[in-house]
Design a protein around this ligand. Structure first.
Ligand code: SF4
Length: 511
């Protein structure tokens, strides 16, 4: 219960802010962007346990559990910060605004469609007129505070639909390039919560990448609800939403990021299989100095064509398998991760067996397993043939074993080779844990005891870690200096190529 009247909005420049996040990588990217803005404006971003005069909560509605956690989080943070300006945003607010208004009538609710305007308001409030001022922020890298992941990216625990992510990345910056989805997969509430697809203009993305680099990040992960639909903020659509012409494609955007920033590593968050185009593969394998990382996360969801059809997915297993083959031919050694949902309505024993066999044959580097969760208002909620919770649990366990095997098998292949690793966190025994370009977790010791956080180094991988077969251990051979690289490298970058487009709206485009 609030002990004193809380402000209803943002009228004064905050001094300290808590940013709490639930849910997917897109939520994480949005809140990282907010943290970057606040810190660049001199606002201290503190852990959730600390007190603050601004609290921002980004909620999630992807499952009933996520929604309940979102409400709990709002209550908890309000109790801790009775006088703070409280801003509640995200998908749960978009779907159930009345519930959040009832929890705290003084909270300011910001719908997903108003998030960009809210970020602009924040930057105005903290005195950042030019969002792309390029000035490095003082002090440690931004960290976000929040609640636990539903499913850890590299863990073996079972998740709920869809991916929820840990928060608090210090080394990789999640950059949102796109929001919303118009695909309406039958199980998914996201189109309702986040609205139709829309892309950020390339300039806005480039500005956020530069801010992340100025804050010390060396890797960016391009994130969106459905990033393959990226169109630079303008497109003309054909049947089923396909692009006829667009201001810019995702591939074009990445070309610009490579050509116009000093980013050292670019990764994609998950991308729909049908969006891995030849153009995108050309960028990934082209002369970007190896900065596009050989790691693709391709949602699969089922290995049964009937289930895929009823899910409203826009590919079948044959397409998926041939895509994985195409990616591997273009990038030998690439890591391919997938998501799978168990217990979708109508998934019978035979369909599940087909999924198991299909996944086994794919020889994945990782697999995220989710139990189907009914979301009211979706087409799947009204389908016949719902699967009982016990069966869902059993099927999830089978796939989790496959997932653990896949991670261990892929990690073991790194032994005997060198890996380029971005180090993230220290372990209790003094070693540092980092991520290779193919997303394998690598442990190494700092030779002189200096912290390795945010250092990129070459590691001779010597063995699989005995107690954690999804991790490998090795010897640090040397560190990679931070860019800028010699200017002669700039000439090796391809000019930007765009889809022919009519005169563009006010700004934007890949040219
Ligand atoms: S592509 Fe399908 S699963 Fe992904 S956000 Fe859109 S509707 Fe949801």
């Amino acid at each position: 219960m609030a002990t004193e009247a809380a402000p209803t909005g943002l009228t004064a420049r905050p001094r300290r802010a808590v940013i709490a996040n639930l849910g997917c990588r897109v939520n994480q990217a949005e809140m990282e962007a907010a943290a970057r803005l606040l810190r660049a404006g001199g606002v201290e971003v503190v852990e959730a346990e600390a007190s603050a005069d601004l609290v921002i909560v980004n909620t999630c509605t992807v499952t009933a559990v996520a929604e309940a956690k979102s409400r709990q989080l709002v209550r908890r943070l309000r109790r801790r910060n009775p006088a703070a300006a409280l801003v509640v945003t995200g998908c749960a607010v978009a779907v159930e605004p009345a519930e959040f208004a009832a929890i705290d009538p003084s909270a300011r609710l910001v719908g997903n469609e108003a998030k960009e305007a809210f970020l602009a308001e924040l930057s105005e409030l903290v005195g950042l007129r030019d969002l792309d001022d390029g000035e490095p922020a003082e002090g440690a890298l931004p960290t976000l505070s929040g609640v636990e992941a539903v499913e850890p990216e590299d863990g073996a625990r079972e998740g709920e639909l869809p991916v929820s992510a840990p928060v608090g990345e210090r080394t990789r910056a999640f950059i949102k390039v796109q929001d919303g989805c118009s695909f309406h997969c039958t199980y998914c509430i996201i189109p309702r919560a986040r609205g139709p697809e829309r892309s950020l203009q390339p300039e806005a993305v480039l500005a956020d990448v530069r801010r992340a680099l100025a804050a010390g990040h060396r890797e960016v992960v391009l994130t969106g609800v459905n990033i393959g639909t990226y169109d630079g903020g303008w497109s003309e659509r054909g049947p089923r939403g396909s692009h006829r012409r667009a201001a810019c494609t995702l591939a074009g955007l990445v070309r610009r990021i490579l050509a116009e920033t000093e980013v050292e590593r670019v990764r994609l968050s998950s991308i729909e299989p049908q969006h891995v185009t030849e153009e995108l593969l050309e960028v990934w394998t082209g002369p970007g100095d190896g900065r596009c990382l050989p790691h693709f996360h391709l949602p699969l969801q089922s290995g049964d064509d009937g289930v895929l059809r009823r899910m409203g997915r826009r590919y079948d297993t044959a397409f998926y398998a041939s895509l994985v083959g195409r990616i591997r031919r273009a990038m030998p050694g690439v890591a391919v991760h997938a998501d799978v949902i168990v217990g979708f309505p109508t998934e019978d024993e035979a369909a599940f067996e087909r999924t198991v066999a299909f996944i086994r044959d794919l020889d994945l580097a990782g697999l995220h397993v989710f139990r189907y969760s009914v979301r009211p208002g979706t087409a799947a909620a009204r389908m016949e043939g719902h699967v009982d919770e016990g069966t869902k649990r059993e099927r999830a366990e089978v796939l989790l074993r496959l997932a653990a095997d896949a991670r261990a098998r892929f990690a073991a292949r790194a032994v005997g080779a060198t890996a380029k690793v971005l180090f993230e966190t220290p372990e209790p025994d003094g070693r540092w844990l980092g991520r290779s370009e193919t997303n394998v977790l690598v442990l190494a010791r700092s030779p002189d005891g200096r912290p390795l956080e945010n250092a990129i180094g070459w590691v001779a991988v010597e063995a699989v870690e005995a107690s954690r077969p999804e991790r490998v251990v090795g010897r640090l051979l040397g560190l990679v200096p931070r860019r800028p690289w010699p200017s002669s490298d700039a000439g090796r970058l391809l000019p930007v190529v765009t889809v022919p487009a009519p005169p563009l709206p006010s700004s934007g485009g890949c040219r």
